[in-house]
Design a protein around this ligand. Structure first.
Ligand code: ZN
Length: 104
């Protein structure tokens, strides 16, 4: 399941679950690159593809709460001086319930 960000080549080996259930990424789930902040989506083969402007707009129109959370994480990563965003910042943005799991 490990793969590289198509935007910056960062190795993505962890994902966040903002659901309560323990689920692996599924088609249509979103991913924010810890390296560059690019927002991607999982395709049917669970490869990540950066979102197009149209897809971002669609997400905003369908679920503006999720859109804002993803956008905030993306900005936080891009403004961060470290390569990867830290767990405390993620909890601040997504709430204490957020779980960070390694992709196997
Ligand atoms: Zn990236």
């Amino acid at each position: 399941m490990k793969q590289h960000c198509k935007n910056c080549d960062y190795l993505l080996d962890a994902h966040l679950s903002v659901d309560e259930e323990d689920v692996q990424p599924q088609e249509g789930d979103y991913s924010v690159c810890f390296g560059c902040g690019a927002i991607s989506t999982f395709d049917k083969d669970l490869n990540i593809e950066p979102l197009t402007a149209e897809q971002l707009l669609e997400l905003y129109q369908n679920d503006d709460d999720l859109f804002l959370k993803l956008k905030n994480v993306s900005i936080e990563i891009r403004e961060s001086k470290t390569v990867a965003i830290d767990d405390d910042t993620l909890k601040k943005l997504f709430g204490e319930d957020v779980e960070i799991r390694k992709i196997e």
